[in-house]
Design a protein around this ligand. Sequence first.
Ligand code: NAP
Length: 300
Amino acid sequence: MKHVYTLADLRNWGAVTREISPPIRLGVLGNPVRHSLSPQMQNAALRESGIDAQYARFQISAEELREALRLVPQLNFLGLNLTIPHKIAALPSMDQLDATARCIGAINTVMIRDGMLVGFNTDAIGFSRAVQMEFERTLAGLKVLLLGAGGAARAIGMQCMLEKSQKLWIWNRSQERAREFSAKLHEFESSTHVYAVERDDASFYPAIAAANLIVNATSADMHEDDTLLIPPERFTPDQLVYDTIYTPPRTKFLEAAAAAGARSANGLSMLLHQAAASFEIWFDRRAPINVMRAALDCLA
Ligand code: NAP
C-alpha cells in the first residue's frame, strides 16, 4: 500500500490496487495529508474488529475534491474522513447531511451507502469526549474562550451550546468571521451566552481572565515563529487549556499555559475520539478505543 494516493490513482483504482489485500475501502482526503495519523488508528480498529478493509491517505487539492467525491462511491468505498481544506467545501457534494453537520456547516466524516454520500461531523462529539478524558469534566456550565472560527471551531462552539456551557467568547483573526459565527450560534436555542470578542477590544483580556476553559482551534502556533494568541502572563493556574493541534505535541501555546500552572492537553485526544465516532458511524458498532489509542501511543 502507498503512503499517499492521489486523484490519478482514484481514476485508475482497479489497476493501482489490484494486489492490495484487504481492499482499501476507507480513507482521508486532505491537503496536506501526508502526516495524518488516521490510517494508523483506523487500520488498527479494522484489524481488531475483523473487518476486511483498509484505510488510506489521499492527497486531494481543493480543485480535485468534487471529482474525488464523485468517484469514491463507484469504487466500493464505505466511508471517508475529510480534513483541511475540505470540511466546508465538501458540503454541496453531499446527498444528505446529518443534523449536527448541518448546524455546524462542516463535515469531517462521510458514510457511503447505495452510492449516496451522507455527511457527518464527529469533531464536536470528539472534542466533548476529549475534554472529559483530559479534564474529567463536561462542558456544561463552563466559561469557554474559543480561538478560531473555522471548521474545528464551529464544531466546538456548537458542542458548547449543546452541552450548555455558561459563556462562550469567540475570537478569530478575521473579526468578521467571528461575528458571523457568533450570530449563527445565536440562532440556536441554548442557555449559553455567546459573544464575539476582538483582540484590541477591552472584552478580550476580561474574557481570558474569566474563562475556565481556553481552546485553540486555529491553525496558528504550528511554527516556532508564530506569535502567541494569548499573552503568556494572562494564563492562570485554575484554567483548563486545550489545543486542538497535536503536531507538535507541545505548542508554544500549551507550554505557556503549563508554565502558568494551568492544566493543559493537546489535540491527540480529540483526534482519537473523533476517529472512534467516525468508525461507529461507518460500522454501527462500538469502536475499539483502547486499540486505537495504543496505535497513537506507539507513534508518540
Ligand atoms: P480551518 O477551517 O482552515 O480554520 C483555520 C482557523 O485558523 C481559522 O479560524 C483561521 O482564521 C485561523 N488561523 C489560521 N492561521 C492563523 C494565524 N496565523 N493566526 C491566527 N489564526 C489563524 O481549519 P480547521 O479545520 O478549523 O482546523 C483548525 C485547527 O484545528 C488546525 O490546527 C487543525 O489541525 C485542528 N484540528 C484538530 C482536530 C483534532 O482532532 N485534534 C480536528 C480538527 C481540527 P481566519 O478565519 O482569520 O483565516
